[in-house]
Design a protein around this ligand. Structure first.
Ligand code: FUL
Length: 494
């Protein structure tokens, strides 16, 4: 009898979980009930939505990294922590130039290496003498973080800090409790001295060898501190809001779920979950249905693509001629922003403290390429065929085509012109749902598939050979729940 009762309760639970109302969402994450079937899990995963701070971050699309520190003066990528602060002496540092260049290039946030692995601090911290205060720059009276933040405020640019947990200079590194409080003091300074901070970037790199110092980071306390001091800041990489895409090449995955089974952050609990699933941010698949089957929970954990405009992260004179071309940057744009990720493009100032002309030229070219791309949408003013799909082409991101059953939409372009890029967007404030889509073109009375893909998410850009079409058809082949397509556009890229 008791068994029967339990079975009935279990069945009712399954039914109620399977029938999620359109308006029911899970902010940030959801834990699955015990033993649900895959359909229930998919329906629940489809309703996980970003935290408002994650949504705002995703809308930025393009952000910039500034790697600038002691390494700028030693021609190194990783300092050993023994460098003398005496060598930090930019001759004409101009943070306004950085921000203006980056803002002109379309970047919406700048994240600076406040402290890289060598431990040198770009602000006059009270936690160590290994900082700008011991350098000849401005006779020890300078503060790079202050200058950058002031410039950001002047140009309406968001501001973020990179603070390396691995510190090769701090004596207390490896004495876990004492380094954790040292690190939290550094964080407190950065999060209270300069006003609003929008992103805190924790690098996962650690090159301590087998005999190196072993530090156990207190991630949870770091996160709690950030939530208390800067509740709107996203925490990235070893943080909980933003995921490392898994490479430093500038390319995201073609199938990129923002809803992952990968547990965010570096806490022991998250590590245990990820170990049990055999996953890391570098795994090819982080969100497919076959992973949902094994997982106990899903999280909104979107990807950030970090890549440098040069081979190295820091400036090196002999890389001045190796700045990525406009073509390379355009390709990176399509493969990062165009693959449901935010681009974090590193532009390292030189030892004068200025962004060089070569970098500026490539950035200017990239901005022009992007502006030209979006200049003319062939579906603007197009006629949708017997569907409600107009909401996808009306140029208003807050309206969506949300087909319950017939997920095929046809359009007659208003102008006859060639195109080679398609853009799709889901309204991610209602979750990420599309699993597979196809775009076909009718030309000379024949339908051909011109592009096809899996996930969409915040934005998906697809490039294909030039086409001219009498009619265009978009089919959402499969989705985890009713899809909300906020944008479908067709462009021509050079
Ligand atoms: C890596 C670091 O080791 C590199 O120096 C650089 O800062 C990059 C963004 O992250 O993990």
């Amino acid at each position: 009898m008791k068994k029967l009762l339990l079975m009935v309760i279990f069945a009712l639970l399954l039914i109620s979980c399977g029938r999620h109302k359109e308006t029911e969402f899970f902010a940030g994450s959801v834990r699955f009930p015990v033993q649900p079937n895959l359909g229930v899990k998919e329906a629940m995963a489809a309703r996980v939505v970003p935290h408002p701070r994650q949504l705002e971050w995703q809308n930025l699309e393009m952000t910039a990294f500034i790697h600038f520190s002691i390494n700028t003066f030693t021609d190194q990528e990783w300092g050993n922590g023994k460098e003398s602060p005496e060598i930090f002496n930019p001759t004409s540092l101009d943070a306004e130039q950085w921000v203006k260049v980056l803002s002109d290039a379309g970047m919406k946030m700048v994240i600076i290496t406040a402290k890289h692995h060598d431990g040198f601090c770009l602000w006059p911290t009270k936690t160590t003498t290994h900082s700008v205060a011991s350098s000849p720059w401005k006779n020890g009276g300078g503060d790079v973080i202050r200058e950058l933040k002031d410039a950001c405020d002047k140009y309406g640019m968001r501001f973020g800090v990179y603070l390396s947990p691995w510190d090769r200079n701090a004596e207390c590194y490896g004495d876990s409790a004492s380094y954790n409080s040292f690190f939290m003091e550094q964080l407190t300074e950065l999060l209270t001295w300069y006003g609003e901070v929008d992103e805190v970037w924790f690098d996962g790199a650690n090159g301590e060898g087998p005999n190196g110092r072993r530090q156990v980071y207190d991630w949870q306390s770091y996160y709690d501190l950030i939530r208390r001091l800067q509740p709107e800041a996203v925490t990235a990489i070893m943080g909980e809001d933003v995921r490392w895409v898994g490479t430093e090449t500038g390319y995201g995955r073609e199938t990129e779920w923002s809803v992952t089974v990968l547990a965010p952050g570096g806490t022991p609990d998250s590590r245990a979950i990820n170990d049990s699933l055999g996953l890391s941010p570098m795994s090819e698949d982080l969100g497919s249905s076959s992973l949902l089957r094994k997982a106990g929970a899903v999280y909104w954990y979107p990807a950030e693509v970090d890549v440098s405009i040069r081979p190295g992260w820091f400036w090196h004179a002999d890389e001045d001629s190796l700045v990525k071309s406009v073509d390379q940057l355009a390709e990176i744009y399509l493969s990062s922003v165009g693959r449901n990720a935010v681009l974090l493009l590193n532009v390292p100032p030189d030892s004068r403290g200025l962004i060089t002309d070569n970098d500026i030229n490539s950035l200017t070219g990239l901005k022009k390429w992007i502006d030209d791309l979006y200049d003319n949408d062939l579906l603007n003013g197009a006629r949708p065929y017997g569907t409600t799909a107009f909401a996808a082409i009306d140029g208003d991101n807050s309206t969506s085509w949300s087909p319950q059953q017939n997920r095929v939409a046809s359009f007659v372009p208003a102008i006859a012109a060639t195109f080679n890029v398609a853009m799709l967007q889901e309204d991610i404030s209602k979750g990420q749902r599309v699993e597979k889509f196809v775009i076909e073109a009718l030309s000379e009375s024949r339908w051909d598939t011109i592009a096809a893909g899996t996930t969409i998410g915040y934005k998906r850009l697809l490039r294909f050979p030039e086409v001219r079409a009498d009619e265009i058809r978009l089919t959402i082949v499969s989705a985890r729940a009713t899809p909300h397509i906020s944008t479908f556009a067709l462009y021509h890229a050079e």
